[in-house]
Design a binder for this molecule. Structure first.
Ligand SMILES: CCCCCCC[C@@H](O)CC(=O)SCCNC(=O)CCNC(=O)[C@H](O)C(C)(C)COP(=O)(O)OP(=O)(O)OC[C@H]1O[C@@H](n2cnc3c(N)ncnc32)[C@H](O)[C@@H]1OP(=O)(O)O
Length: 293
């Protein structure tokens, strides 16, 4: 299917405002497998328990990427997007301020560009948005994503110019690794944070999309990676995470173990990737992290 570049590039994007509570922040963390032991590990308790001793509930920074999202406009037949074939290609996040555990936020998407990777590959749409605290006006995060539209390549657009994937060291083993288990019901919990795509819960829809069972949301895998990075590089302090970018390489099935591997690449800079241990398969690649000390 071709693509009407001007129509999609200029698709009207609404200003979205969302109120959220501590309960939403806890649900988001549970959807990423925080608190999978009884009692929850001390460093995870702050994400799931509002009464945590000596502190207050902390929202995971990656939650900024799921708040104040517009309605899934790519499903609109007028857009001419073969939406059943789209995949989340990349995620970019820059935190400007700690994520409040409750509040009201606003955001408006910008379609930055659409690249044509050819009729046999697809089109890559890059979008960006700022997440702003609607009460104080504070800029919390800048969030970007690339959407890989497998059915819309060959529309005659430019191929070059998309952000280059970060290069990981090929000549040395990772400096640190961490395995985090996911649970079979994790996608069913994660979807309550706002992505209701049936692909992640309905076996028939998953079969029709070519998968044996429902897959984990790409953004849930990303959130698990974020948890691992905060443990490995930020001494469990979520407010130290500044940037978390990566490419989605393969889907994860709920229940699998996600191994995050990190390489130090400078002061406050690291590269990372994630593998599914059971299938020895890279699921997130070209990861790039900035963190403060
Ligand atoms: C916020 C809005 C989100 C909206 C999404 C909503 C849907 C969600 O609900 C559903 C999901 O969550 S899907 C789950 C998460 N995503 C995935 O699992 C995708 C996994 N990746 C793939 O399948 C392939 O990498 C694939 C198919 C992406 C690419 O593989 P190939 O076709 O083999 O591509 P390749 O030949 O390697 O490269 C062709 C050109 O594309 C660029 N590229 C490759 N992988 C990319 C990726 N992941 N993201 C962006 N660009 C990518 C390459 O650089 C190459 O370009 P160039 O020729 O210029 O170098």
């Amino acid at each position: 299917m071709g693509l009407d570049y001007d129509k999609v590039k200029n698709w009207p994007q609404p200003l979205v405002t969302q109120e959220y509570s501590e309960r939403d922040s806890i649900l988001y963390a549970l959807g990423l497998g925080a608190a999978m032991s009884n009692p929850p590990a001390a460093e995870d308790l702050r994400y799931v328990y509002e009464g945590v001793a000596g502190g207050e509930l902390v929202a995971l920074p990656t939650m900024s990427a799921v708040l104040a999202l517009p309605h899934f406009w790519m499903q609109d037949p007028e857009a001419g997007i073969d939406w059943q074939k789209i995949l989340h290609g990349e995620q970019f996040l820059r935190m400007h301020a700690p994520m409040p555990a409750s509040g009201r936020v606003r955001s408006q998407c910008r379609i930055e560009e659409i690249y044509d990777k050819g009729a046999d590959k697809g089109a890559v749409l890059i979008q960006t948005r700022d997440l702003i605290d609607d009460v104080t006006g504070t800029l919390i995060a800048t969030i970007g994503a690339s959407v890989f539209m497998r059915g819309n390549g060959g529309f005659g657009g430019k191929s070059e110019g998309a952000p280059k994937p970060h290069t990981l060291p090929a000549d040395r083993a990772p400096d640190a690794t961490l395995d985090l288990q996911t649970r079979p019901e994790m996608a069913a919990i994660y979807r309550l944070s706002g992505d209701y795509n049936p692909l992640h819960v309905d076996g028939v829809v998953a079969n029709n999309a070519g998968f044996p069972v429902p897959i984990l949301h790409g953004m849930a895998t990303y959130g698990v990676a974020g948890r691992a990075i905060i443990k490995l590089l930020c001494a469990h302090d979520a407010s130290r995470l500044r940037v978390l970018n990566c490419r989605f390489a393969n889907p994860v099935f709920p229940g699998e173990t996600i191994r995050t591997e990190v390489w130090h690449q400078g002061e406050g800079i690291a590269g990372f990737r994630c593998k599914v241990v059971e299938r020895d398969l890279i699921v997130l690649n070209n990861g790039y992290v900035e963190f403060s000390s």
